[in-house]
Ligand binder design. Structure first.
Ligand code: NA7
Length: 545
């Protein structure tokens, strides 16, 4: 029975991916509704307004490569732009797409349920004044890092000072950046030293009276290489965008860095040390994604680079005890997301900065006064939680998504995530995920790779429209093969052997201690060939009716 639907497609999320997906569908003649839980567009850049938030990607390679207008009119002011500028860019992009009018804001989907008989999805919202809507297709552009995670210690809500999670930072009501908060003369704590912690710590060390960093798992951080974007450089970028795009498209993760096609030990020590030094000083992920080809796969080569970076940390941090505390012991260089920094290590030489090693003295609770460890009670005016996210799965698990037969996606994923191309899950017809588990966009320069996925999905939707297709779901065998492929890939990577959000581990969430194949390295040309092949064979692996 074909039942009338309110919309052909609902796109959930108004971040970079959702906005572009909604735009593409609308331009193809689909009746689209975009829904966004918060009050405005921007996704992670709308929420993560903590001081110090900025790109770890070169400004010119982050954004909508498909918009000639945007590429030619937008002038970045820094080589690695700060959050307010990025959000302003997204607002301008939305204007160009004229996409705001297709969105409902303050419309957080609480439940999305598939009606088998009518072949439609019904969406219910958290806000009681929002009436449910129906659509044939659901595109979920929820962002892999949109469910902020607090530490699993008791007393978090008892603290009587101010406290902020970095991903729910108060907004400047009149601008794109953070609200103006006063940290001067304040005793500030930061918990967490991932990419976010490193950025906020640098800024707090400048602003706070006293800063105490609570450190459990240090990361291998390398210099960002930021600086002003001089007009000549911006002009050069504008006339060479194709070269930048091509460079990104040739790399495994969509960044303008390429591995050196030689093994580390195949060159002399003098040569490799000079090269590593050059890469360490280079911009962005130069050392992570641009070193010798075996650094992320051969344990000996990886140890060499880890020792090299440890040497840099020892040079930069004056107190040997603190330097040792900042050197990771549980994983090699590049096995987790590498945070980028400008003066992070020097922060620990400042008189107003202290570090507490949580491995020696774990936090036992948050009290009204501050943070209690097994050793002492530290009193604060402000606590900043840079404790990350319920990454990837968590964004989807926050919604009660019910597929055929009322099966809950969360329950299915509790047994292990299974997808076809990271785009669809078995038993959930007409439900598409963008930048989700096992997709080619998640371990990638996200806007670049998600736009490629959206272009691909949009072509599939054009094909479906032309053929009058009303229902799309993956074949079981295609799902099994894709999931196995992701699992094998993760098994081969050293990166797959560490505990991080890349591998689905979250020490703050019960039951999330087993590594899972959530990632697929999808920026590479081989992956695109695979996608082209699927499309050329009438979208093989998808059942269309
Ligand atoms: P991450 O990378 O998940 O980092 C979270 C940090 O918070 C990490 O250092 C955690 O240590 C720490 N953490 C979390 N819970 C606790 C508790 N309970 N006690 C002490 N320390 C804790 O999140 P980010 O926001 O920094 O970065 C996410 C991504 O955003 C990043 O990869 C970029 O792609 C952009 P742990 O490792 O659990 O010991």
């Amino acid at each position: 029975m074909v039942k009338e639907v309110d919309f052909d497609a609902v796109v959930i999320g108004a971040g970079l991916s959702g906005l572009y997906q909604a735009y593409r569908l609308r331009e193809m003649g689909y009746r689209v509704l975009g829904v966004e839980g918060s009050d405005d567009i921007g996704g992670v850049w709308h929420h993560n307004r903590y001081p110090g938030a900025r790109f770890d990607s070169e400004s010119e390679i982050y954004g909508y490569f498909w918009s000639e207008q945007l590429k030619q009119e937008w002038n970045w002011t820094e080589r690695f732009a700060a959050q307010p500028e990025v959000l302003a860019y997204i607002h301008r992009a939305a204007e160009i797409m004229d996409i705001r009018k297709d969105y409902l804001f303050n419309a957080r989907v609480q439940k999305a349920e598939y009606d088998e008989e009518a072949n439609l999805w019904k969406f219910e919202f958290q806000q009681p004044d929002r009436a449910p809507v129906t659509a044939r297709f659901m595109f979920s552009a929820l962002g892999p890092l949109s469910a902020p995670q607090m530490p699993n210690v008791p007393g978090v809500h008892t603290f009587k000072g101010e406290s902020y999670h970095t991903a729910s930072w108060p907004h400047d009501p009149n601008g794109f950046g953070p609200a103006k908060l006063d940290f001067a003369d304040k005793r500030v704590a930061v918990i967490g030293v991932g990419s976010t912690g490193v950025q906020v710590i640098q800024e707090m060390a400048k602003q706070a009276g006293q800063l105490t960093v609570f450190l459990r798992s240090p990361n291998w951080c390398t210099p960002l290489g930021n600086g002003p974007m001089v007009p000549e450089r911006m002009a050069y970028i504008k006339s060479h965008y194709d070269e930048f795009t091509a460079k990104c498209d040739a790399s495994i993760a969509g960044f303008p860095h390429e591995f050196i096609p030689r093994n580390l030990f195949d060159v002399s020590q003098a040569e490799r040390d000079a090269k590593l030094d050059e890469l360490y000083q280079g911009p962005g992920f130069s050392l992570w994604l641009g070193a010798y080809q075996d650094v992320l796969s051969d344990p000996a080569a990886n140890k060499y680079v880890s020792d090299f970076v440890a040497g840099k940390i020892r040079e930069r941090v004056k107190a040997p005890r603190i330097a040792e505390m900042l050197i990771p012991k549980d994983h090699g260089f590049g096995m987790k997301r590498v945070p980028l920094e400008s003066y992070y290590y020097e922060v620990y030489n400042q008189d107003n900065v202290k570090a507490v090693d949580l491995n020696a003295t774990p936090i036992t609770r948050i009290t009204p006064e501050g943070i209690q460890t097994t050793d002492a009670l530290y009193e604060f005016d402000i606590i900043i939680y840079a404790t990350g996210f319920d990454a990837i799965k968590g964004s989807w698990n926050r919604i009660d998504i019910r597929g055929s037969g009322g099966v809950a996606l969360k329950d299915e994923w509790g047994k292990g995530v299974k997808t076809y191309m990271g785009m669809q899950c078995p038993g959930f017809p007409n439900f598409f995920m963008l930048v989700g588990p096992q997709s080619g966009s998640t371990f990638c320069n996200i806007p670049r790779c998600s736009a490629m996925a959206i272009d691909w999905l949009s072509a599939m939707m054009a094909y479906a429209k032309e053929a009058g297709i009303q229902r799309i779901e993956p074949e079981d065998q295609a799902v099994e093969e894709w999931t196995l492929y992701c699992t094998k890939l993760l098994g081969k990577l050293l990166l797959g052997q560490t505990n991080s959000w890349f591998t689905g581990i979250n020490k703050n969430i019960e039951g999330r201690d087993k590594r899972e194949a959530l990632l697929f390295v999808g920026g590479n040309p081989k992956y695109r060939e695979y996608c082209d092949d699927v499309a050329e064979h009438d979208y093989k692996g998808f059942i269309m009716s």
